[in-house]
Design a protein around this ligand. Structure first.
Ligand SMILES: [Zn+2]
Length: 287
């Protein structure tokens, strides 16, 4: 790849393959080659990651069997919490597993483990470390009858489903900006709004989230009604169009899912792009 202008940091550097919609969301086709290596990995780590790893997204990725960078299909239910706030791990077969714990309560030892066997193993280790012989340990276990079995097979598991919308918006902003450049080129690069978006993305790619952009929002409800009808269709969609206020808009619709659908203003001067009433549409198959 030749040296070219990086559309994130604005310096002339060697371009790398940048997926406009993150690769781990199944996008293999919509790519640009005008983002330098440093910005590319910075965007991946600081901008794409929240969206890609969020529980909403992971549930969809899991249902579609989409592998991430690690080559693994994510398990969104991996880490939950039980009533007491203890971490519960749930494996791919949805079998919850409480992390074994050993606590000293006064002179007693309390062991929380998913099975009697594991609890005993932990107790034996603990006693052995305190200098008890194997025979003494077995006698102790028999005499004290300390293991009280509880039903730990179906604990109520709670998940943290909070959404930091600003971080979702940032991911959408990146997609919209890169798509704008992909379709409109240099004219867009010099746009005042594009310059501001670029500054935000460059800072965010370096872990600085101080700057925000107001003109990203969830897709308006009349649009999401249409999307809901198309759920289950295996694609993402991008629309580039002009609104009645002379703004240039990119609608970013991921997995045809309303909560992952955004509307981003990428220019306040749409007229100069001469799009008219056209909807420039990109259908990105999920692979
Ligand atoms: Zn760069």
């Amino acid at each position: 790849m030749d040296e070219s202008l990086c559309i994130i940091c604005g310096t002339v550097k060697k371009g790398t393959e940048e997926h406009i919609i993150p690769k781990s969301l199944g996008n293999e086709s919509l790519k640009i080659y005008c983002v330098c290596k440093e910005c590319n990995s910075g965007l991946g780590a600081n901008v794409d990651s929240y969206l890609v790893n969020h529980m909403f997204t992971q549930i969809i990725r899991q249902s579609l069997g989409l592998k991430g960078q690690s080559g693994e299909v994510p398990n969104p239910f991996k880490k939950g919490y039980d009533r007491e706030g203890n971490i519960v791990h749930v494996n791919g077969d949805f079998v919850p597993r409480t992390l074994p714990r050993l606590e000293q309560v006064g002179t007693k030892v309390r062991i929380t483990a998913p099975s009697r066997e594991l609890a005993l193993t932990m107790l034996r280790k603990k006693l052995s470390r305190q200098g008890f012989s194997d025979v003494q340990i077995e006698q102790y276990i028999e005499r004290e009858n300390i293991i009280r079995e509880e039903n730990v097979h179906h604990p109520e598991i709670r998940y943290d489903m909070t959404v930091d919308l600003n971080k979702f918006y940032l991911s959408a902003l990146k997609i919209a900006y890169e798509y704008g450049y992909h379709k409109l080129g240099k004219l867009f690069y010099n746009d005042e709004t594009a310059q501001y978006i670029r500054m935000i993305l460059f800072n965010a790619s370096n872990g600085n989230f101080d700057y925000t952009y107001e003109k990203v929002r969830l897709l308006p409800s009349f649009m999401t009604h249409i999307i809901e009808k198309a759920q289950g269709v295996n694609c993402h969609m991008l629309f580039l169009h002009q609104d009645t206020a002379n703004q240039l808009i990119v609608d970013v619709i991921l997995f045809m899912t309303p909560v992952l659908s955004f509307s981003v203003c990428i220019s306040n001067n749409a007229l100069k792009y001469r799009i008219g009433n056209e909807f420039i549409t990109e259908i990105v198959p999920i692979q």
